[in-house]
Design a protein around this ligand. Structure first.
Ligand SMILES: Nc1nc2c(ncn2[C@@H]2O[C@H](COP(=O)(O)OP(=O)(O)OP(=O)(O)O)[C@@H](O)[C@H]2O)c(=O)[nH]1
Ligand SMILES: [Mg+2]
Length: 313
């Protein structure tokens, strides 16, 4: 009987890198769940974020930005993003209003069109637009390529403009269905992953040029000590010896800063005192090494191909 009034579904948030997919998910969730940065290719995995209310449950699927892959890691990211379009109930196709529609958006549009899944076009970052009269033109360009656009909504994930309209539209397009996750689940990932992402976010925000993208974070140890402190030992991988001193910084200042900011976030999230032990390791060309990618990112063929709904059953 309940199933008749409860709506639920998987909603993949897709688009090219840096358009604000993760920021949008956090805004719709009403809390920070996934990491964001001003640099492209921040999100590297598929991450299910679960919003449960009395009469609906939305599972937002965050994805890496779709772009031409250069390395093995890029290939994985691309495959993860594209496979995340399969078997879901709805897609949010996010574009950046300040950039207009570029070739890179049109390439994503083709992939989304091929999915045949109902799609809401989200034109994001409208808070940065001086002239909003171009928005309709952007919508038209995407609709020319995507036959599966059911609605187009300009929003700002930062100011919150039009987000309640977007949420209503999402719920409107969801089917009646079961509650896939218990209501206390917000993110469908293990603690080790969540912690490594928090650390990686600090590296992304504090470093520049090729450093953020050359970095991977692995939580090697996670245990609660008798005094109630959560002990975390994590390794930050870089690709070259010359990158190590950059992460460590002058007198260890950089790694101290990364550690302090990450620890604060982890303490808030886990509501406990945290002892964070960080090490920097050189792993040459780790972004092209399947074994390390599997360890750092949990990447393997099976994980990539797992279709969203099946993954939760
Ligand atoms: N002004 C403005 N900035 C935004 C908005 N949404 C996102 N941003 C900014 O855009 C940048 C990228 O945001 P992310 O959420 O990391 O973008 P993403 O699409 O998830 O990027 P990838 O994970 O790299 O594909 C960040 O600096 C955000 O603060 C918005 O509505 N307005
Ligand atoms: Mg992201």
């Amino acid at each position: 009987m309940e199933e008749n009034i409860f709506k639920s579904g998987f909603v993949t948030v897709a688009g090219k890198p840096n358009v604000g997919k993760s920021t949008l998910i956090n805004a719709l969730m009403g809390q920070k769940v996934v990491i964001v940065s001003e640099k492209p290719q921040t999100t590297r995995n598929r991450i299910n974020c679960v919003l449960t209310e009395d009469n609906y449950q939305i599972v937002f699927v965050d994805t890496p930005g779709i772009h031409k892959p250069l390395r093995k890691i890029g290939e994985y990211m691309y495959n993860i993003a594209v496979h995340a379009l399969e078997g879901v109930d709805l897609i949010l196709f996010v574009t950046d209003a300040t950039e207009g529609i570029r070739k890179s958006d049109l390439r994503v549009a083709e992939v989304i069109n091929a999915s045949n899944i109902p799609t809401i076009l989200v034109v994001n970052k409208i808070d940065k637009l001086r002239d909003r009269s171009y928005i309709q033109n952007m919508i038209n360009q995407i609709e020319d390529v995507c036959n599966n656009i059911v609605e187009s909504i300009p929003v700002s994930a930062v100011t919150g403009e039009n987000l309640s309209e977007l949420k209503l539209a999402i719920i409107g397009h969801l089917p009646y269905g079961p509650q896939y996750y218990p209501e206390d689940i917000i993110i469908d990932k293990p603690s080790r992953f969540i912690i490594s992402e928090i650390i990686r976010e600090k590296v992304f925000n504090l470093t520049r040029e090729e450093i953020p993208h050359s970095t991977g974070v692995v939580v090697e140890e996670l245990k609660e000590r008798e005094n109630g402190v959560l002990y975390v030992r994590a390794e930050i991988y870089v690709e070259r010896e010359s990158q190590k001193p950059i992460i460590i910084g002058k007198n260890g200042n950089m790694i101290k800063k990364i550690g302090e900011l990450a620890r604060k976030d982890i303490e808030e999230l886990f509501e406990t005192k945290v002892y964070l032990d960080l090490y920097v390791k050189v792993r040459e060309k780790w972004r092209d090494n399947e074994n390390i990618l599997n360890k750092v990112m949990g990447y393997n063929e099976e994980a990539i191909r797992k279709v969203n709904k099946k993954a939760t059953r």
